[in-house]
Each structure stands twice: as structure tokens, then as C-alpha cells.
Design a protein around this ligand. Structure first.
Ligand code: NAD
Length: 478
């Protein structure tokens, strides 16, 4: 979908595209060659205030909308996304550098997340409770919290916008979204879709802009009652402090350095492609990517040979070709970190078994062996197509190594031994564990999230009931 680059897209506030308060713009670039993709207004604190006021004003009536209405609007949104799928896939290609496979996967997930949010509408239930006092009827009910701030990252902008906005809207809360400055066009088009689905003006507002300039104005705004943030650990920790100062609910979905363990009894026909998919999907720009692979010494040589052979042959052609797996990295900021990790590892003695080379803004799938703790890639999140493969000799050792990180998002183990698998699941310090499947997977209703530097709280249709509503205790003395 071509975007008119002679026109500046405005913010989406109060059900319409609104002229921005300032004249500054954000240039959205196509990561394949850094050419101009779209021009978007660069939000100011004044724009944030206008958007929050719009969401707050809409909340009074939106929170009283019927279950029928909210279900109908959500169903319509899913239907429209299905109809406009190719438009969104185009934006994911040209604004985000997504391949056909990833863009198709992301739009399908987004549709599924909006559909799943429909089920939340009738799940806003409370309880009747026993009481210490004779004749007292005691109960709870859920009330929508109010204005929710949704802050999204560049790598899965449609998945995050659809899940979090749909879940918040299902509960009767209203939203102000600050999308990644790297993917603003997609989020503005999403807001238009929500409006076309019939949601009232002000229910979803989007302000494009640089989070470093205007993020604090949003998360610190007194009318914002809940914040859900997906992005880097450093920004997440900053937001957590700000939310603590203002005593507001916060969910943080942050970075990862996810371990994937391959035991000597693993089915390599499953484990090798799983480990490839686990890290190289979206050229490694995935929080749940399997960036640390631990292989039992008995199968290390065999595994590495198979793994390197597949990794070295992943398609790097046209993004619209379904056989292309590796696209460009989104920005110079991301590329610089990936280059630094590879070079630092190389200088300090790592073996580059595959990749380590670049074709324009694309980094070839890179497999590093002999990685040691003094290398940046050992502990830091690379967020690129770079994987470290380690050899281990026994289960105790690999559990300790897998836990040797401040992150704790996702994890995986391939083994035929159910006792080993369950022991790993119990002992790994992570929010998510997958047995005989890669660390990279998500579903609408599961508690998605991590521990340690990977996050705080969970998201999903069940977890978001707590994030976006308050429980009220009510008694009647009879
Ligand atoms: P980022 O932290 O640079 O930016 C994320 C968002 O935060 C952007 O919209 C940005 O504008 C905004 N922001 C920046 N400063 C802010 C502030 N002070 N207040 C409010 N918002 C602010 O992250 P990124 O580079 O876009 O995304 C990559 C990171 O996201 C990786 O670390 C990745 O692991 C993580 N991520 C996590 C998940 C998850 O579910 N756990 C999913 C996707 C990505």
C-alpha cells in the first residue's frame, strides 16, 4: 500500500485524523534501503494531553456501553482486518521490513487476538462472598479502570496494538496508544480501522511521536490509570518508577535472552528446524527468540552441522517472496548493536560458523560458537539474527547455564524424557517454558510475560482483565 509522502499524517484523536499542534514531523523509513516511506506528525506534550482528554471524556459513556455493542464492534474490527489484510501486510513489509511469512503470521495473530477479546466482554464477572456479619450480602464486581496507555515496540506493532487495544476496549476502558516511532503509519491505520468498526469517537486515540520526548507526559498523566508497555528493559524500568510515583497499574513486557536446550535424546528432525525458526524469524527481532542454544555434547557436532547448513541457506530475497526468511534490520540503532555484538565476539575469539556478513541493511543469519562470558553477546540481548550455540555435558550444568541471565522471558527444551522436561520446566527461571517446541510462540488467552529484567505482570485475555479493571467489594445489610 503506497503512502502519500507529500502529505503529513496527523494523529488519530477523538475519532478523526487531527492536525498536530506542532510542525515537527517523523520520517518513517523503509528499512530495506532507508528511503522515505511516510511522513507523520511528531507528537508534542500538548497532543498527548489532547488525546488523554479525549479518551477521558469518551470513558464516561464508553464504559457504560452494552456487552452487545462492544462484542459487535470487536467482531467488526476482526472482520475489517481480515478484509484489509493485504494492506496491513504491505505496511509491515515497507515500514517494518517484515517478510511475507512474518507479515502474514502477524496479521493472522492480530485477527485472532481481536476475536479472543470478544470473549472478555462477558467475562467481566464478580463473585458473591460469605460474610462475618449476619444478614450481610457481600459481592464483588469489575469496573473498567479508565484511560489506559498502550505503548508498543517496532517489531510486532500489529500484534501488540490489536491485543492490547482490543483487550482494553473489551473491558470498557478507553485507550491512548503511543506506537513505536519506527512504525507509526501502521498504528494510525489501525486506529482508522477501529473507528470504521463503529467504536465511538475517543475510545482509541493514537499519538505518533518519539517516546523519549513525550512518553513521560503519557505515563505520568494523572488521568491515565493503567499503563501497558512493551519494549526495552531500560525504558520499562524508567516507566515502572514513574508509575510507582503516581501509584498506577503497570504491565511491562521487556527483553529476553531465551535459552533453548537440546538433550541427547532429542528428535533432531524437530529440534533443528525449531531452533532455526526460534531465532531467525523476523531476522531475530523477537523478544522470545531462542538466542542461546545449549546442545548436549553427544550430539553437538551433528546438531551444529545440520543447524549451520540450514541457517546458511535461509532466503534473503524479495520480502514479498514467501521463501524469504531474512529481511532488513529496522534502523541504524539496531544494526549498530548487532554489528557490535558480532565484532566483539569475533575479536574475543568466538568462531563464526555461519553469517557475520551483511547485504545492505540485512545481516546474514549468524551462528557463533565458542562464546565466552566476557563477550557482549553472552549476556546482552542482540535483537538480531545472531545465535550462540553452547556445548554441555549434563542436565544440572545446563539448568544452571540457562538460568545464568538477568532475563526470564521464554525458554524451551527438546527431549524424549518427560521427567527431564518437567524438571526443566520447574527449575527454569522464566515466565514461559515450551517442551519440544521453540521459545517463540504466543496465543491470545495464555499468560504471556516474563520475570526479572523481562517484565512485570502478564498480558492475555485473562491477565488483562486485572490490568484494565478494578474489583469493587459491595455489601448490602439485610
Ligand atoms: P524501545 O524501548 O526503544 O521502545 C518501545 C516504545 O517505547 C516505543 O514506542 C518508544 O517510543 C517508547 N518510549 C521510549 N521512551 C519512552 C518513555 N520515556 N516513556 C514511554 N514510552 C517510551 O523498544 P524497541 O526498540 O521498540 O523494541 C525492542 C525491545 O522490545 C526489545 O528489547 C524486545 O525484547 C522488546 N519486546 C518485548 C516484547 C515482550 O512481549 N516481552 C515484545 C516485543 C518486543
Amino acid at each position: 500500500m503506497a503512502v502519500n509522502t507529500s502529505k503529513t499524517m496527523g494523529h488519530w484523536i477523538d475519532g478523526q485524523e487531527l492536525s498536530p499542534s506542532g510542525s515537527d514531523v517523523l520520517e518513517s523509513l523503509n528499512p530495506i534501503d532507508d528511503s522515505l516511506y511516510g511522513i507523520v506528525a511528531r507528537g508534542t506534550v500538548e497532543d498527548i494531553n489532547t488525546a488523554v482528554n479525549s479518551a477521558y471524556a469518551a470513558f464516561a459513556s464508553y464504559s457504560q456501553s452494552t456487552t452487545n455493542d462492544r462484542e459487535a464492534w470487536l467482531c467488526k474490527a476482526a472482520e475489517l482486518l481480515e478484509k484489509r489484510k493485504e494492506d496491513f501486510i504491505d505496511i509491515l513489509h515497507d515500514e517494518g521490513g517484515s517478510t511475507r511469512k512474518k507479515a502474514e503470521f502477524e496479521t493472522n495473530k492480530a485477527i485472532s487476538f481481536i476475536r479472543a477479546a470478544v470473549g472478555m466482554v462477558r467475562n467481566l464477572t464478580g463473585k458473591t462472598l460469605p460474610s462475618d456479619y449476619p444478614g450481610r450480602i457481600s459481592m464483588t464486581w469489575r469496573e473498567a479502570r479508565g484511560v489506559v496507555a498502550v505503548i508498543t515496540p517496532f517489531n510486532v506493532p500489529l500484534i501488540k496494538a490489536s491485543r492490547l487495544c482490543a483487550n482494553a476496549l473489551a473491558t470498557g476502558s478507553t485507550v491512548v496508544m503511543l506506537p513505536s516511532e519506527e512504525h507509526p503509519v501502521l498504528s494510525l491505520k489501525f486506529a482508522e480501522l477501529i473507528s470504521d468498526a463503529g467504536f465511538p469517537a475517543g475510545a482509541l486515540n493514537v499519538v505518533a511521536g518519539n517516546g523519549y520526548d513525550i512518553g513521560d507526559a503519557l505515563t505520568g498523566h494523572p488521568l491515565v490509570k493503567s499503563v501497558t508497555f512493551t519494549g526495552s528493559t531500560v525504558v520499562g524500568k524508567h516507566i515502572q518508577k514513574l508509575c510507582a510515583q503516581h501509584n498506577k497499574h503497570v504491565t511491562l513486557e521487556l527483553g529476553g535472552k531465551n535459552p533453548l536446550v537440546i538433550m541427547d535424546d532429542a528428535d533432531l528432525k524437530e529440534a533443528v528446524p525449531g531452533a532455526v525458526r526460534g531465532i531467525f524469524t523476523h531476522q531475530g527481532q523477537a523478544c522470545i527468540g531462542s538466542s542461546r542454544v545449549y546442545v548436549h555434547e553427544a550430539i553437538y557436532e551433528q546438531f551444529t552441522k545440520m543447524y549451520v547448513a540450514i541457517a546458511g541457506n535461509l532466503g534473503m530475497g524479495d520480502l514479498r517472496d514467501p521463501d524469504t526468511i531474512i529481511g532488513p534490520l529496522i534502523s541504524e540503532r539496531q544494526r549498530e548493536r548487532v554489528r557490535r555484538h558480532i565484532e566483539d565476539a569475533r575479536i574475543k575469539g568466538a568462531t563464526v560458523a555461519a553469517g557475520g556478513t551483511w547485504d545492505g541493511n540485512r545481516c546474514a543469519p549468524t551462528v557463533l560458537l565458542d562464546v565466552t562470558p566476557d563477550m557482549d553477546v553472552f549476556k546482552e540481548e542482540t535483537f538480531g539474527p545472531v545465535v550462540c550455540v553452547y556445548r554441555f555435558s549434563d542436565f544440572e550444568e545446563v539448568v544452571a547455564e540457562a538460568n545464568n541471565t538477568n532475563y526470564g522471558l521464554s525458554s524451551a527444551i527438546y527431549t524424549a524424557n518427560i521427567h527431564r522436561a518437567m524438571s526443566f520446566a520447574k527449575r527454569i527461571e522464566a515466565g514461559m517454558v515450551h517442551i519440544n517446541g521453540p521459545s517463540l510462540t504466543d496465543e491470545a488467552h495464555v499468560p504471556f510475560g516474563g520475570v526479572g529484567d523481562s517484565g512485570f505482570g502478564r498480558e492475555g485475555t485473562e491477565a488483562d482483565l486485572d490490568a484494565f479493571t478494578d474489583l469493587k467489594w459491595v455489601t448490602i445489610q439485610t
